[in-house]
Design a protein around this ligand. Sequence first.
Ligand code: CAO
Length: 541
Amino acid sequence: MTIQMITVPDIGAEDVDVIEVCVAPGDSVEQEQSLVVLETDKASMEIPSTQAGVVVAVKVSEGDTVSEGDVIIELETAGESTDSSVEEPAETAAPAPEPVVAEPVAAAPAAANESAEQTVEVPDTGADGDVDVIEVCVAVGDEVSEGDSLIVLETDKASMEIPAPASGKVVSLSVNEGDKVSSGAPIAVLLVEGAAPALAPAAPAPEPSAPAPAAAPSAPAPVASAPSAPAPAAAEKDGQGEIYAGPAVRKLARKLGVDLSNVKGSGPRGRMTKDDIRGYVKKAIDTVVSGKVTGGSGIPAVPDVDFAKFGPIEKVKMSKIQKVTAKNMSRNWLNVPHVTQFDDADITELETFRKGMKAEAERRGVKLTPLPFLLKACAAALRYEPAFNVSMHSDGEHIVKKDYVHIGVAVATPAGLMVPVIRDVDKKGLWELAEESSAMAKKARDGKLMPADMQGGCFSISSLGAMGGTGFTPIVNAPEVAILGVSKADIKPKWDGQAFQPRNMLPLCLSYDHRAINGADAGNFMTYLVAAIADIRRLLL
Ligand code: CAO
């Protein structure tokens, strides 16, 4: 038994990303089996084991960067050494996969003035015969920058991107996905702006083991390299969960945060294309936007049930508002870590005052319910505890603080739930708020709310007090970060230190987004709110 150090071979680049580790300690590996996948910004390549053996230790992790000579794994092999503890020197490591320098070849220029047509040809791929065009990354009319990938080629050993040798416009394309091409075949004609009077003739193919040459002034840009034999397929991962994707696809997946193991490849032998990645992302977005929470988002779908098997049913079409509400509720429930805090506010004095104002309310033609008092008290609490008057910024880096107090009021309508917003509640009096809230509720019930009437809220109130109940957990109306649920007031015995007194108690339920608001802020908010409702003179302070 011998311990072998498998090191990174000459890959023609330094500080290359380890994008996948394919083995773990204890794994038995065959000769040629992939150990890790490395990726430059132009190519991905698998580093194979040079020998069969058992992995003793893995020396790299996903996300590491490595260069030639770095140890990847320690492998116990059935070597000839008599001393099993002997560590062989690094020279026993994998023979260097020779980079194939996929240099696009500029053919004779077509013009000698400011813009010239330049034919880009397939460079020497290092392959014996034809290679597959697995992706065409541009279309006729596209503007490309020097270095942008034009096509992706694949041999059975590696995939490689062929970059544009200069910036310009794609005038014509000579290849399609699925074509087979060989060195020297035309790929595309580029109209190169401000081109040099004469472009270099076709660059000779570099030595197979030579690193990618730097761009000569008139030569094409440095390009993709991928290992040729003995490295196995650059875009493939062996093992149970096969991921078969080229560098361009992997790059796009990384950019979009897509885990390739979740994507099904539609290409030959299950190869992933950029369209597979885009399709996956589109499906994920559709799922969230439609509110249909399915297995695709990681949450098990609610199964379809044939209810008619159990009794008579009627299938009723949902209104647009019901569908929007369903979508918003799912979105808010899934995005917002909710906490709900409960308390009772003593509204005995408030009710005495409110009822005392009945005659005046009638004279004004206004109905004075508890709602305007709650609006006013919430506005004061939002000013008192500004942690509640914020929104989480979508960048995940900021919180947006608001210096205005607009409050939404949930209104049950025949078409569904609507939340009109009353603006500048902190600046308005009780009569104005009473008038405005009942006008908004009427507008909602009559289906006459405009989108602007429902925008800009900082906080919401959902009152079920007229209906009953002792408490509930309202769902935060994101991007707001809190909502007050109001249940039915009832006379309850309250201990005044000497005796129980009958007091009119209003149950309040405050749900908040625990990302934006901590429990202490919520405690302060609720305590202030309850005190302000219990003695509305506080609202004047
Ligand atoms: N406890 C006891 N009685 C209450 C009360 C409470 N918390 N809140 C209101 N009431 C009383 C009112 O005082 C009124 O009685 P009077 O006529 O004797 O004065 C009666 O209930 C009806 O009030 P209202 O509903 O007409 O008016 P409001 O200002 O309280 O509410 C509005 C307005 C728009 C909130 C309400 O009409 C509404 O639509 N509520 C439903 C909200 C809803 O569906 N929420 C769920 C959202 S999320 O699932």
